[in-house]
Design a protein around this ligand. Sequence first.
Ligand code: SF4
Ligand code: SF4
Length: 401
Amino acid sequence: MPSPGCPGTAKRKEVSGIVETRTPSAEIVQEVKEAGGYAYRLCYQCGKCDAVCPWNRVRSFSIRKTIREAAFGLTEIESDDLWRCTTCGRCPEKCPRGVDQIELGVALRRLASNYDVFAASANAIRTVKGSLAAEGNPLSEDRAKRGGWADGLPVKPFAEGMEILFFGCCYLSYDPRLKKVARASADILNKAGVDFGTLGTRESCCGESIRKTGAEKLFKDLARENIKAFIDRGVKKIVVSSPHCYEAFKNEYAEFMVNFEVLHMSQYVLGLIKEGRLKITGGYRKKVTYHDPCYLGRHNGVYDDPREVLRSIPDLTLSEMADSRRNSLCCGGGGGRVWMETRKGERFSDLRLKQALDIKAEVLVTACPYCITMFEDSRANLEGENRLEIRDITEVVQEVI
Ligand code: SF4
Ligand code: SF4
């Protein structure tokens, strides 16, 4: 239950999409102001954001209305709608008035989170936060077991002077499906003769997604732990498997005045192929389609490198789905949604699998642990599921080297 005095609890009624209330919250107004409030006042309610929002393919949801309410301090912080945005990045690109809808949405979640108010669908965030604070991962796993994915493989602890730090992320460290991606990555690096290491138990969650749920202090604590570990070990170049780690290390950790060279695994693998360090010796006689993860594509502009890796594999046929590259359809896992409840019939990943099947793809390849998690969930519920395989790009490369 919200605390007494918690904002957004005033009685109000909605008439023709306009919320009427007599008690705007000063805290919401202040929070919105700090998040660049003037820009929200510029919103002229054109609805171009709603037109591209993937939610409107599965149910009605209006970020336009959220902005309207927030700009006037009328947000109801107990609302499920506060937790819907996956931060997919589609709507900010479309706004003619320069409104950053994601920044506003995160500011409102920050406010709700400070009051410990979570809609039922977002309740799991409390447990996730506890696990991140105690063990450095969102999965309630033991920090001591973080390096277990590499058991039996020639993977060393990172030492100063090594070529790269391989940073596998929480899901690759603990999730049974995604450990296969971590092991494929290590296999590729070893076959290419890369001198690499990992941080093992000194590795903490990058914090990108928990930040998007409004947990700003927790993000900063995690970021400081990682930055300290990087500096203590003399890390200069980091190769990551998750686009969320990529976003955090490359863009968000810059706020701490540090600057590491960061590459996504798909970019690094392409470099290894081009330099002749990684030899492709086999073929992949399958029809493949590539899904652009939001935080690799739209947020960071990496569209071509993964496709170039796939095109360099003999016999592989690459086809594009209906929504690709800049228009890629979000898997539904960003912005902390990977930890939240999404009702059956409202999952974007179901639509994405259908798009892959529509072009008769046999393999849906991506480059993000959240996308794989969401797609594997959808695949398990799909009729004729065996017709479509879900693969990380490293798993495809591993098969042909
Ligand atoms: S696209 Fe921009 S101006 Fe138009 S409704 Fe959305 S936020 Fe407002
Ligand atoms: S960022 Fe994506 S999910 Fe969030 S409101 Fe915009 S279009 Fe919708």
